[in-house]
Design a protein around this ligand. Structure first.
Ligand SMILES: Cc1cc2nc3c(=O)[nH]c(=O)nc-3n(C[C@H](O)[C@H](O)[C@H](O)COP(=O)(O)O)c2cc1C
Length: 218
């Protein structure tokens, strides 16, 4: 029931209360959600720019100019804004970094070839997307969206408000944070905090397709 209630309570917050900030322990739980999210072969192709200051939020709001200006106030008035970035490609250095993290966590103690097998599995999945499906950037971006879902659910369970923001100019943000030089690109942002008392969207009912239209129960 806890999850169902959180899913009903959460909604895309259109207006944040600029006077309220998330407490540090809540922020830590959100960072935990980002960090501990699963990903295909544990590849973790992400990086997060987390803005908590007015200056940091103003920098992310540069991506909400022109056609995206409807998102600007959400970014500026939220307590925290996370810019979720994806690696544009996977190189050997990244694969070795993941392997080293798994080794350090103690995952390879039981079988002598466990590390080699984990690495080989990851390389083989990566190669399927490089050479067969030719969709590496798409595959990596899927992992970011998985993390987005994880973050939104976590925010809901923590009783805090959030809105995902695809309405941002990712090229502007790539330049603002020099992301391309680090092999990264901006994908989506999430504004987090507390709803303003007059947020029109808080009062609207949630709308979803009928259950019998989306489930085939067999
Ligand atoms: C990937 C994604 C991107 C979104 N981008 C925006 C956005 O740029 N601005 C905005 O106000 N809402 C945005 N939304 C909110 C959706 O419109 C909203 O989640 C959807 O209508 C369902 O409503 P609910 O979240 O209130 O249940 C986005 C949602 C998702 C999942």
């Amino acid at each position: 029931m806890l999850v169902s209630k959180a899913l009903q309570r959460r909604y895309a917050t259109k207006s944040f209360d600029p006077s309220r900030s998330l407490p540090p322990e809540t922020v830590q739980q959100l960072l935990d959600a980002l960090r501990w999210c699963p990903s295909s072969t544990n590849i973790q192709p992400w990086h997060f720019v987390v803005a908590a200051t007015a200056d940091g939020k103003a920098r992310i709001a540069k991506g909400a100019a022109g056609p995206y200006s409807y998102n600007e106030a959400k970014i500026l008035n939220a307590s925290h804004v996370v810019l979720m970035c994806s690696r544009v490609a996977i190189d050997d250095a990244h694969l070795q970094q993941v392997l080293a993290a798994e080794e350090q966590a103690g995952r390879f103690t039981d079988k002598p070839d466990a590390a080699a097998m984990a690495h080989a599995t990851r390389v083989s999945y990566h190669n399927v997307h490089r050479f067969d499906k030719k969709d590496v950037s798409h595959w990596l971006e899927k992992q970011i969206y998985l993390n987005l879902g994880n973050l939104l659910l976590t925010a809901g369970l923590l009783d805090i408000d959030a809105v995902p923001l695809e309405g941002i100019n990712t090229q502007v943000l790539d330049a603002e944070f020099d992301l391309n030089a680090r092999g990264l690109t901006a994908v989506v942002a999430v504004a987090l905090g507390y709803r303003a008392a007059d947020d029109f969207n808080a009062a609207l009912p949630k709308a979803r397709l009928a259950a019998d239209a989306i489930f085939t129960l067999i």
